[in-house]
Write a protein that binds this ligand. Structure first.
Ligand code: SF4
Length: 402
């Protein structure tokens, strides 16, 4: 979501003739798009802002913008008090109004590029935001507080954005939302939005991120079964394998319900790859709770899992970690080792199979299941080819175009 916001911000600059640079010495403006999902992310953002003091001293006419979730949490006054050289602070709740801050600092008159430019993914892939914020209340999460309740964009706005990005050369669209599959606008449901997006000319593949396990329905599974352009990969955060912890987290499902969902999804698309997120060391997590999480790695057959140490996002004492940092670290390491071993098994199962690969270069692309795939030659960037896989090295499959 932050990457999509950053692309929107970059687009606002490009409309007034600015271009992106990796060299801060050449920059006329710097935007720090902050994250606060974990304390570490917020600390990194703060130290990044602090380092801009020297840049601003050397370039007093340069502009510094601080935006995003940590900006929302810390507040504009606070940030400007601590870092007086910051020109504008735009919190996550008003990030779509970034252009107003730009006008305040640089005046009107957009005149530059209007075509979409992809910054983070390959040129073939573009993000389209379908909803902002989140109306759930997972106990560990700060997102609803900094991004506000869920607000869905109209299907017209979503389709217009996706169509513009396809016209600019994207082949794959990633629909984004904090709980993307809870999308509902008037009578348009998530599955209907997917259908409409799938019908856009030029689209080779459609992904979405991140769905929440409680919002899948039969209409979605039917669509998954019948629509090959819908990617055979889903990032479906589970967070814990323990029912007790899931209840404390207020996730709204049990381990059994999650596994049942995986079964239904894989029933509709047998080659579906599923990745997930885990949090270790949630307050009160016992050895048994952690063992349940470890066991779920194998049971869920995840292709990948992002694992994080619990990071309290509130001062409430009951939300403080209850295990030592050393224990938390030890559990994280065990979990990472299990994930690595399991991911390798899942990857190996793909060897000898045919993958639909969207090529980014002549030799590299991404399978529908989101696996990286390499061939010796012959790929056409932006084209989907069938590749027969023959082996795997590190996290990448290799094979030959059929
Ligand atoms: S669904 Fe995701 S964004 Fe919403 S509260 Fe839960 S973890 Fe946070």
């Amino acid at each position: 979501m932050n990457e999509a916001d950053s692309e929107g911000i970059a687009a606002a600059f490009r409309r007034r003739g600015y271009t992106l640079t990796d060299d801060i010495k050449k920059a006329d403006a710097v935007v720090v798009n902050t994250c606060t999902v974990r304390q570490k992310a917020e600390d990194k953002a703060i130290s990044q802002i602090g380092r801009l003091r020297v840049w601003k001293e050397k370039r007093p006419e340069g502009k510094v913008f601080v935006v995003g979730c940590a900006a929302q949490k810390l507040g504009g006054k606070n940030i400007k008090h601590r870092f007086p050289f910051v020109d504008e602070v735009v919190g996550a709740k008003s990030i779509e109004k970034f252009e107003d801050s730009l006008i305040a600092q640089l005046g009107p008159s957009p005149e530059g590029e209007t075509e979409h430019q992809n910054i983070y993914r390959s040129p073939q892939t573009a993000y389209t935001t379908v909803m902002r914020g989140c109306s759930l209340k997972c106990s560990y999460c700060i997102v609803p507080a900094v991004r506000g309740p869920a607000v869905c964009l109209s299907p017209e706005a979503v389709l217009e954005d996706a169509a513009a990005k396809l016209k600019a050369g994207a082949k794959e669209i990633v629909l984004l939302g904090q709980t993307v599959n809870s999308y509902k606008y008037g009578k348009t449901t998530f599955s209907e939005l997917l259908k409409k997006t799938l019908a856009l000319p030029g689209l080779a593949r459609l992904r979405f991120m991140s769905p929440h396990p409680v919002y899948f329905d039969d209409a979605f599974t039917a669509l998954l079964a019948s629509e090959p352009k819908l990617a055979r990969h889903m990032h479906l955060p589970v967070q814990s394998g323990s029912d007790r912890i899931l209840r404390l987290m207020r996730r709204g499902y049990t381990r059994g319900a999650y596994l049942g969902l995986l079964e239904r999804l894989r029933g509709a698309a047998p080659d579906l790859a599923v990745s997930t997120d885990f949090i270790v060391g949630y307050p009160g997590e016992t050895e048994q709770d952690f063992a349940d999480t470890l066991a779920l790695v194998e049971e869920g057959r995840f292709s990948l899992a992002y694992c994080f140490k619990y990071s309290p996002r509130t001062d409430r004492p009951e939300m403080s970690a209850t295990i030592s940092e050393a224990e938390m670290e030890a559990r994280l390491e065990k979990l990472l080792a299990a994930v690595k071993k399991n991911s390798r098994l899942v990857l190996n199962e793909r060897i000898g199979k045919i993958e639909e690969v969207l090529f980014e270069t002549e030799t590299y692309g991404r399978a529908s299941g989101n696996f990286a795939v390499r061939v010796k030659a012959g790929g056409t960037p932006g084209k989907v080819e069938k590749v027969l896989t023959a082996g795997a090295e590190k996290n990448t499959l290799n094979g030959k175009i059929l």
